[in-house]
Ligand binder design. Sequence first.
Ligand SMILES: Nc1ncnc2c1ncn2[C@@H]1O[C@H](COP(=O)(O)OP(=O)(O)O)[C@@H](O)[C@H]1O
Ligand SMILES: O=C(CO)[C@@H](O)[C@H](O)COP(=O)(O)O
Length: 498
Amino acid sequence: MKYVIGIDLGTSAVKTCLMNEQGQIIDEASCAYKLYQEKPGFSEQKPQDWIDGVMSTIQEIVGRYTGEVADIIGISYSGQMHGLVLLDEAGEVLRPAILWNDTRTTAQCEEIVAKVGKERLLAITKNPALEGFTLPKILWVKEHEPETYAKAKHFVLPKDYVRYVMTGELHMERSDAAGTLLLDIERNDWSTEVAEAVGIDRALCPPLIDATTEVGTLTEAFARATGLSSTTKVYGGGADNACGAVGSGIVTGGKSMVSIGTSGVLLSFEQTPDKNFGGKVHYFHHAVTDAYYTMGVTLSAGHSLKWFKETFAKESSFDELLASTEDIAAGSNGLLFTPYLVGERTPYADSVIRGSFIGIDTAHTHAHFAKAVLEGITFSLRDTLEIFRSSGKDIRDIISIGGGAKNPQWLQMQADIFNANIYQLQNEQGPSIGACMIALVGSGIVASFEEAVEKCVAIGEVFEPIAENVEVYNEIYNVYTQIYAQTKSLNEALQAFR
Ligand SMILES: Nc1ncnc2c1ncn2[C@@H]1O[C@H](COP(=O)(O)OP(=O)(O)O)[C@@H](O)[C@H]1O
Ligand SMILES: O=C(CO)[C@@H](O)[C@H](O)COP(=O)(O)O
């Protein structure tokens, strides 16, 4: 029996799993790491923490594995997107990584639009300039840390850095490169036009590879440190949302996914790169060659729940916190929450907006606040669903993944707020399953992604919308959608006090 390893480099933790050639998950391990949010808008991580986490999860899995290590024949990755890792001539990390949920780069986004042109940028990259993407982060370092920028030889994304350390080979994989704002999506290559317009040396961009490209084998040092064999082959991997889609079986048309991790994502498969969403949703390369996907992103989805738990319910587990909300009716007795804790991306690209609780009443308890947080996160994802539905997409079935898909109560709430059937996977780790599937396809054990879906994707429970809750949520959603405009100027006035 042959095995593959999938490494999902998330924002809260790395989640690694071992899958056999029949598509069964044999073992899993995870290791959390720190997020540094030292100033409002800043969000960084230390690349060495990722490496330590990856090493320890592999050591744990190899320690429990009783077969021949040489039978673990392939490894691939799923990675949090957009994060900037700058490397010097010797391949050493120059500064902490600036992450996808860091919004310090509003001025750099304006600079990109001024220099490239809004329409031209959209035509080339299919996306507008948003703070979370990588190019504005490069420009921020160039402006604010010129001595660091002068030493930079290459930039990479989080999982591409981990792969570099494990193999010694430096590349950037395309589904992730699509989120840099430097990729020409239709030409499937770096855009010299964008790089030149903003004054970035094109040589900073590493060679591009596909998700299933075999980049080499593990270094002797990494194999020794983890107990793996140095013959283990390593494949490109994909952006975490692309891998989540693969792990949810979304490799062909007509299917959608919701992911609640640190961020929240509503994603829909696209066969071609030429639809026009006017930049309202992100439009990226899939991990599946010659396929694409569109998605909207809530910056603080699971993060809002984690913030609430750590701030107001530190002693409770997530399950206990959610159980405490069970008896509260849909709508939290008139309490609303907007999850804009670090600003927002979809549908409001706004780094200044912050969250609110609206409608606080003397009757509200701790549990009402917890339920309002869950509802607010889910309403925010509905904002993207509305964009998709108004573009003509008929979305009735959605596969739900990520930490937020662990809880049946939240899955029912998703069905009620989205008015769609919600499908839970038997294992909610969609991205690491997707990473294993990439290794299976890359190694040739499985002939295609369609075949990998047959083998590896196991749907669990289905949650159908409850009509009376759908009706209540439709009414409350209409109120929710007014909060952004009505709190925008208040948050602008408060910005100076953060
Ligand atoms: N048992 C649970 N029930 C509901 N939500 C949960 C549960 N456990 C974790 N979560 C949510 O999932 C989030 C982490 O999801 P995960 O997919 O692991 O994130 P990431 O990929 O960003 O590291 C947490 O921040 C939390 O909000
Ligand atoms: O910025 C985006 C997508 O554009 C995020 O979805 C990141 O890719 C992080 O994902 P999680 O850690 O929340 O899974």
